[in-house]
Ligand binder design. Structure first.
Ligand code: GUN
Length: 295
């Protein structure tokens, strides 16, 4: 069965918009998300434009702050400080990657964790890993939401996560092993130093592929009936497209799809969920549900 991330993300955004309507009817202010975008990376431009569009769809206010590639780390940190102290802004993100002369880690740690709707700050990551309320980063949250809404059984299942990035592999492995639903799985994380990846994948009831290698998961790696979550979004040159590229997942979709119980397509699977998840976190930030507002 195809997992329709586009539909689930539209449902999630519609639910958020409904909650915002109720909030404003009670005289509360709209949630406000700010985004900092540095430079003109094609992927980042698209992501941030889509985040601003999603804010409109959800009834949020949004602010986009742009810098050129030559912005200094000090300027960026000063802007973060302003947003940390801006009472009107509920949450904000700094779109990654950043130019090489800027320390991403310093930038992430400069963000007030109570406004860190990307869930990248070590306080949010740490709270997530011990099961405390926090902002869960967008892609792992989106994946868990797809598993939840498609009633995919994870309890006691074998889950193989391919990739160990801070943004996807590590947090999704943490969530899948958490004693929660979805979750409660037996998780194996594979990466570039793992021998026997094929054999390990063949044992999996759920494969979450997040390595950024188009077509890596082939049919001979998939147990019949497994559920496959494809997080890959590699841009592959394609002259027949107006954009000049197409998005390729980490799974050989054509040959894997007939074997499995569930599969996310690329595009239209996990991708659309990430932005809806950011909207979800922004709503949580505005409501003070996770970190109560003290004013
Ligand atoms: N770059 C790729 N994914 C993300 C994300 O979820 N948030 C931010 N800020 N940058 C990203």
């Amino acid at each position: 069965m195809l997992i329709d991330g586009k539909k689930i993300s539209a449902d999630l955004k519609a639910e958020i918009a409904e909650t915002v309507k109720e909030m404003t009817a009670l005289g509360k202010k709209r949630p406000h998300l700010a985004a900092i975008l540095v430079g003109h990376d094609g992927g980042s431009e698209t992501y941030v434009a889509n985040k601003v569009k999603a804010c409109e769809a959800c009834g949020f206010e949004s602010t986009l702050i742009r810098f050129e590639d030559n912005v200094t780390e000090e300027e960026l940190l000063a802007t973060i400080d302003k947003l940390n102290n801006d009472k009107d802004v509920d949450g904000f993100i700094v779109q990654l990657p950043l130019p090489r002369h800027i320390s991403e880690q310093r930038v992430i740690e400069a963000i007030d964790y109570r406004k860190d709707v990307d869930g990248f700050h070590p306080i949010n990551v740490g709270r997530m890993s011990i099961g405390l309320p926090c902002y869960v980063s967008a892609t792992p949250f989106g994946i868990m939401e797809l598993l939840r809404r498609y009633n995919i059984d994870t309890k006691g299942k074998r889950c193989v996560v391919l990739g160990r990035s801070n943004i996807v592999g590590k947090p999704v492995a943490t969530l899948m092993m958490q004693k929660a639903a979805p979750g409660n799985a037996t998780v194996t994380v594979c990466h570039s130093a793992t021998p026997d990846i094929k054999e390990i994948c063949r044992e999996a009831d759920i494969i979450i592929a997040a390595l950024g290698q188009p077509g890596f998961v082939t049919a001979d790696m998939v147990k019949p009936g497994a559920a496959i979550i494809d997080v890959g979004t590699t841009r592959v040159p394609d002259a027949s497209r107006k954009s000049g590229f197409r998005l390729c997942g980490d799974v050989d979709f054509e040959n894997v799809e007939p074997l499995c119980s569930f599969i996310t397509p690329v595009p239209g699977g996990v991708g659309p969920m990430t932005i809806a998840s950011l909207m979800h976190n922004t709503l949580l930030a505005a409501s003070g549900e996770i970190y109560p507002k003290n004013d």
